[in-house]
Design a protein around this ligand. Sequence first.
Ligand code: HEM
Length: 214
Amino acid sequence: MSRIYVHPLPVRIWHWINAAGFLALLVTGLQLRYGVLFSLHFKTVVGLHNSIGFALTANYFVWLVFYLFSDRITVYHPDLDPARHYRNVMRQIVYYGHGIFRGDPNPSQISVHDKFNPLQRMTYQLVMMLLVPLQFYTGIVLWDLQRFSGTVELLGGPRVVSTIHVALTIAFVVFLFVHVYLTTLGRTAGQHIRAMITGWEETEATPAGSTTPR
Ligand code: HEM
């Protein structure tokens, strides 16, 4: 068993601020829609939701700029061979759905420049490059409908923008349940979560190079 440094500090800072902010946005968002969670003035909750939203938008750039200017961007490189990508994703799904309960070895081994299995890589790409930016975009439009009236009209009105915003929130809640469950599937339940705190992940692979089947 060796240890490799897979989560650099900017990624860890981004991640935990993002996780805490996401939960705060969820609570304040539910309060805005249904007003049943606590007895704060509507305007105060709007202010809170907006401020946290802007803080998380800025925080997103910590993640983006770090990866754009770091050689660690390789962890997000897609597999350009669709057949191999499909095979590896299926192998990972079969492992999570079946193999793991029989004690089979994980088909993916991590390395510094290849720390995600094919399923994680695909999901995190979708979340970070499409869903999260779209959520911030619709949030900013909803923050000032008048200022962005052109965009609102183009998208089909405030109801459409609001529906996209809520639909994305539901997708994030589903993601969060699956995400947290999958992060508990290390050698111990806390192994991967501890790694996202310290940066260091335990691995059975040799520290150098990728051992993920490609
Ligand atoms: C309390 C809630 C959360 C826990 C315990 C958690 C845990 C973790 C852990 C352990 C990792 C390391 C990689 C892995 O094992 O998959 C990770 C990575 C990641 N998480 Fe979370 N997470 C949480 C919330 C969130 C939320 C709300 C998002 C929403 C976007 C998110 C997005 C990501 C992404 C994109 C990565 C990959 C980061 C990178 O680029 O290296 N997580 N998370």
